[in-house]
Ligand binder design. Structure first.
Ligand code: LLP
Length: 423
């Protein structure tokens, strides 16, 4: 599954001992495995090779330039959701024709920049947005390609905060309204609607919700065909789940086997937008035990990473496997029930609750697994904590891909008005 393996009771990332990285670079520390990253991208590419889809890595999962460059060099496109992500895509050298742009709230400036960058298409999320793209394209005297993001109203069976394809969610356009848009498309002469996009949610572990959504969309495409409306692209979004705990998500191969027959039937060019599947298990967060604290009700292990480094447990109650880096056969068998918490002033600042782990002591190091996706990219400076360093391991080599922030970074953009400085 990934290149983080235990050998002789030590955790390795590719050929490097994680403990050595923690000692050399300090903690908290994000460690990524290059070969896991690329391996997952290639797994998907291979599974779908008969359709030769464009795989647009969803860079919100992890937008570090080195990660983007690694994937773009292997032929990946990028799925973006903001002007900032467009900037990153450009910095990483991604060709415009491999960029797709979703988001319910694209600003005029963001739309103009993406048009200038000649992206493949916008995934349009409302009639108002479509009119706005038409207006801006007219001003720029250009024709802009778009796909309509359909909200297929299916249940993806995942956490409610990351469910996106139900009609109670803000995303996409329902079939009826989308049909009206297609019928009236000629009124908007500066946009070309050439595709359909869906993205039903994230961390989806079964193929069924995809099958349900794709079936609905293909019926819709056929209805449009009968009306003489022909499309070119079908973007099935991202959302493929990974293993954090005991999940048994579909492999790329199984997923492809199930959806390929349907996708082939559509006769459209297929686009996928995975984020987590590619990068989720390619990264870990390494942290050090600061204190052990016993209370009448609990035993807390206080570590130097916090919810500002990995917010998933606090935000979604997400489970992340935690591996002590000092495991010996002796300690493995002496487990106890503990809470692993960070130093932030919130009770939601935890990584594990009532978890059975080998007995830990101050100074021990822990690896929080599955921290490649939605960890650093959701990190903040809350409690004025500097964001941690990121390193990339390639076999026996390690590269710093983002320096640890320093105190000056925290106040870099802040200005104390002269009247407060007594000037
Ligand atoms: N495409 C669109 C339009 C999206 O909104 C997303 C994710 C993706 C693709 C990629 O989804 P993935 O393959 O990574 O599941 N912060 C949450 C996940 C939020 C996902 C947001 N949209 C988490 O930590 O679980």
């Amino acid at each position: 599954m990934h290149e983080f393996k235990s050998k002789r009771n030590s955790l390795y990332c590719e050929n490097i001992k994680v403990l050595d990285l923690a000692k050399r670079f300090g903690t908290p520390l994000y460690v990524y495995s290059y070969h896991t990253l690329i391996g997952h991208f290639l797994k998907l590419k291979t599974a779908f090779h008969s359709l030769n889809p464009l795989i647009c890595y969803s860079l919100k999962a992890n937008s570090n330039l080195a990660i983007l460059k690694a994937l773009v060099d292997k032929g990946a496109g990028l799925d973006i959701v903001s002007g900032g992500e467009l900037f990153r895509a450009t910095q990483a050298g991604c060709p415009g024709e491999r960029i797709v742009y979703a988001s319910v709230g694209k600003t005029d400036r963001e739309i103009e920049e993406a048009i200038h960058r000649k992206i493949l298409f916008f995934n349009v999320e409302s009639a108002a947005e479509l009119e706005n793209i038409n207006r801006i394209s007219k001003k720029l005297n250009t024709s802009t390609q778009v796909a309509i993001r359909i909200n297929p109203d299916v249940e993806p069976k995942t956490h409610k905060y990351i469910t996106t394809g139900k009609l109670t969610n803000k995303f996409g356009i329902d079939f009826k309204s989308a049909y009206q848009i297609f019928l009236l498309r000629r009124a908007l002469s500066y946009v070309r609607i050439s595709g359909i996009h869906i993205h039903i949610g994230s961390q989806i572990t079964e193929a069924e919700p995809y099958l349900a959504a794709i079936k609905k969309v293909i019926e819709f495409v056929e209805t449009l065909r009968k009306k003489g409306i022909f499309l070119e692209y079908l973007n099935i979004g991202g959302g493929l789940g990974i293993v954090y705990d005991r999940e048994t998500p579909q492999t790329a191969e199984n997923f492809a086997k199930k959806v390929l027959p349907l996708l082939k039937r559509s006769k459209l060019k297929i686009i996928l937008e995975p984020g987590r599947f590619i990068v989720g298990n390619a990264g870990i967060l390494v942290t050090r035990v600061l204190y052990i604290k016993n209370t009448p009700k609990k035993k807390f292990v206080i570590v130097d990473a916090a919810m500002n480094d990995l917010i998933r447990p606090a935000l979604y109650g997400a489970y992340h496997t935690i591996i002590p880096l000092h495991c010996t056969p002796y300690t493995v068998h002496r487990t106890e029930k503990i809470d692993i918490v960070g130093p932030i002033c919130e009770s939601g600042d935890f990584f594990a609750k009532d978890r059975n782990l080998p007995k830990l002591k101050e100074g021990d190091f822990l690896a929080i697994m599955g921290a490649g996706a939605y960890a650093f990219s959701m990190a903040s400076n809350y409690n004025s904590r500097c964001r941690a360093e990121e390193v990339l391991v390639v076999k026996d080599e390690v590269f710093i891909i983002r320096k640890r922030e320093v105190r000056e970074d925290l106040v870099r953009n802040e200005i104390v008005p002269a009247f407060l400085s007594g000037l």
